[in-house]
Ligand binder design. Structure first.
Ligand code: CTP
Length: 403
């Protein structure tokens, strides 16, 4: 997600400083190069050695250290970075940046950079609610800094409230969004994801192996690229992506109703969900008992959601998925025509690294003019980027939207 990105992480003196270690690790895992600046008070909470070990680089703490080579750290760090992140950001550093104070390496480097900067406040809830701190946060936003909301929960001072540092994964997500050019601004993208569950009694249901990973990746990348995203999702184990309107459903019928409700206001619809084609014809009120040796289950058809919406598609872009185990191209081409999609993303469940559950996919994109683009194995995030690139091209070709 952050392959090759250069990140300068500023760590300031709050108890959440220990969580910055986890963040450093997560950034490195995502392929980023990380340099850490610590303030003096951050060093009271956590040792520079922790960050040195995790980042694989020296940790910057002092403005005025004589070195063998003449090097102005605040300028070289400001130029090195693709993005700056301050996590945790105390009320003190927020106040200093907001008022133009540069009295240590971190505040001076921030003053010297014009790179995107993400500030992640974390402090006691009363400190965060202080109108001076709130004014300073507003000021930072006005100056173009990205400020992440802190989360609600138990705080180190034994109270509960707002002021917790968000999880490392949520900060990584925000960094990815900040670094992504906003070429889908103005688009309203509806994504469906995950499996549906079709109950037959209070404790049993029919479902499939969809994990939702491909649909969630599409929703996330679309948001990073500036689109307004609605995600209609069946039950999955994934955490709900931030910055996205999420509608949670269980059955195909509920997904159908949610799609009908949201599709009119959408400009692009991506149907990545694995929708159950059939549901039990009747739903038993009580648990079905094993009274006989055999048991037959009568199934009835669910609505074909994509076929229904394609009837009133207008100039919206409609993208479907085809998961196949045989005759990939022929089956996908048939679905593309039958369901009147602009293009279909096909994958073969028999190929290793493709399909349900995995973090990778091997996709073939087929459009309504018959063009076939077979792509190699890649992460689902990269596959989402390719699919959205294709959507972007289609909007350009159709010439009906701004660039
Ligand atoms: N789809 C849908 N509603 C359904 C079933 C499928 O909208 N009831 C959508 C899926 O989200 C996907 C596309 O249609 O984008 C193709 O799904 P797939 O299950 O492969 O198609 P089916 O028509 O159900 O074909 P099959 O006979 O292979 O199950």
């Amino acid at each position: 997600m952050l392959n090759g990105k250069k990140i300068v992480l500023g760590v300031t003196g709050g108890i959440a400083a220990y969580k910055a270690a986890e963040l450093t690790r997560a950034l490195i895992k995502e392929g980023a190069q990380v340099k850490v600046i610590m303030t003096k008070s951050a060093g009271e909470f956590i040792s520079p050695l922790t960050f040195q070990t995790l980042s694989g680089d020296m940790v910057y703490t002092d403005m005025f250290v004589p070195t063998a080579k003449y090097d102005m750290a605040h300028i070289t760090l400001a130029e090195f970075a693709d993005v700056f992140v301050i996590a945790p950001a105390t009320g003190n550093i927020i106040g200093k940046i907001a008022s133009g104070v540069a009295d240590d390496l971190l505040s001076t480097t921030i003053m010297a950079t014009d790179k995107p900067t993400l500030i992640c406040p974390a402090m006691n809830d009363k400190m965060l609610a202080n109108p001076v701190v709130q004014d300073n946060i507003d000021k930072l936003k006005k100056y173009g800094y990205a400020v992440m909301d802190s989360t609600f929960g138990e705080l180190a001072c034994k109270t509960s409230g707002s002021g917790r540092l968000p999880e490392a994964s949520a900060i990584v997500e925000e960094i990815a969004a900040l670094l992504t050019p906003k070429d889908l601004t103005g688009e309203r993208i509806l994504v469906t994801a995950g499996p549906t569950e079709e109950p037959l009694d209070p404790v049993r249901f029919i479902t499939n192996l969809s994990s939702g990973k491909m649909g969630y990746a599409l929703a996330r990348v679309a948001r990073w690229r500036g689109a307004q995203v609605t995600l209609i999702t069946g039950p999955t184990d994934l955490s709900l992506p931030p910055g996205i309107e999420v509608v949670q459903i269980r059955t195909a019928q509920e997904m159908y109703e949610a799609v009908l409700e949201h599709f009119k206001k959408s400009t692009i619809i991506i149907k990545a969900a694995a929708v159950a084609d059939f549901r039990p014809a009747s739903l038993a009120k009580e648990k079905i008992k094993k009274s006989n040796q055999s048991f037959s289950l009568m199934l009835e058809r669910n609505p074909d959601i994509i076929s229904e919406i394609s009837k009133n598609k207008g100039n919206r872009i409609l993208v479907g998925f085809a998961m196949e185990t045989q005759n990939l191209l022929a089956n996908a081409q048939d679905k593309l025509k039958r369901k009147k999609m602009d293009f279909i993303v096909a994958n073969n469940l028999r190929e290793e690294g493709a399909g349900f559950q995995t973090d990778t996919n091997i996709i073939t994109i087929i459009d309504s003019s018959g063009n076939v683009e077979a792509l190699p194995k890649m992460t689902k995030i990269d596959a989402a980027v390719k699919i959205l690139d294709r959507i972007k091209d289609t909007t350009r070709r159709k010439g009906k939207r701004k660039k």
